[in-house]
Unconditional design. Structure first.
Length: 252
């Protein structure tokens, strides 16, 4: 695949062999009528299993930086294989699988319990890890695109981060939800480490639903009042920073 084809015919999802959820945040129209820039910010699952042909695609895209929300053990298990990419660690340790196994040991694990554990993990992104998302935006204001943000599956920590980016750029909530739910179309589940869990539990942790994202924004409203205050006070995006972010990542 040539560099010119990547730029001339933007595709939101890039069908890489070793990363099933690699997507572009470009092409979304904001409330102001501007559009998020194509080929600037990508979101993905981890970059530790890319094939040689995948690496060539990443190089053609010009990606030089990755912002990695994985915890310590996750990072060690899947190191980025693209030598040109500088990886910035913004760790959010995973908690869901351990919580699921605790419920399983008590004989209390059901599909609804798994759904609530997923929602609680999203609330905790706001309560416990706002500093990691704040650091992401500091990098976005300083770093040169193209860049990629990711975790292990590229669906939860990355999904919330992507939603925050699109919010900060002025993309409507309905469009943000649509982008978030694209994971269910493109992510190929790896359940090898949790294959002993019930099918409805695997469905809860192997996909995304709007109630997860809503739980995070409920925590935002509870702790900060609304998303605009969270962007300003939690993520330290004042008027100057918001303007700079839009100039960098929106088309004129």
């Amino acid at each position: 695949m040539q560099d010119s084809s990547l730029k001339d015919f933007p595709a939101r999802h890039l069908a890489l062999q070793g990363a099933s959820n690699f997507r572009d945040l470009g092409g979304y129209t904001t409330h102001e009528g501007r559009t998020t820039r194509w080929r600037h910010i990508f979101r993905s699952n981890h970059l530790g299993q890319l094939t040689a042909s995948d690496v060539e695609v990443i190089r053609a895209l010009g990606v030089k930086s990755a912002f990695d929300f994985r915890g310590v053990e996750e990072r060690a298990a899947g190191v980025c294989v693209v030598n040109e990419i500088t990886v910035h660690s913004l760790p959010i340790e995973p908690t869901v699988v351990a919580a699921l196994r605790a419920e399983l040991a008590k004989g209390a694990l059901t599909g609804p319990v798994a759904l609530e554990l997923m929602r609680e993990s999203y609330r905790n992104y706001v309560r416990d890890y706002t500093h990691s998302f704040r650091a992401l935006f500091s990098h976005l204001l300083e770093d040169s695109a193209p860049l990629v943000i990711h975790c292990t599956a590229g669906k939860d920590r990355t999904g919330f981060a992507s939603a925050l980016i699109l919010h900060a750029l002025g993309v409507p909530e309905s469009v943000i939800a649509e982008d978030y739910l694209l994971t269910n179309r493109h992510y190929k589940r790896d359940v090898s480490s949790v294959s002993d869990l019930p099918a409805d539990v695997l469905d809860a942790i192997g996909s995304v639903e709007v109630s997860y994202l809503d739980a995070a924004f409920d925590a935002v409203r509870q702790d900060y009042g609304d998303i605009e205050i969270y962007l300003r006070d939690g993520l330290k995006l004042g008027a100057v920073e918001r303007m700079a972010l839009k100039e960098r990542y929106l088309q004129s």
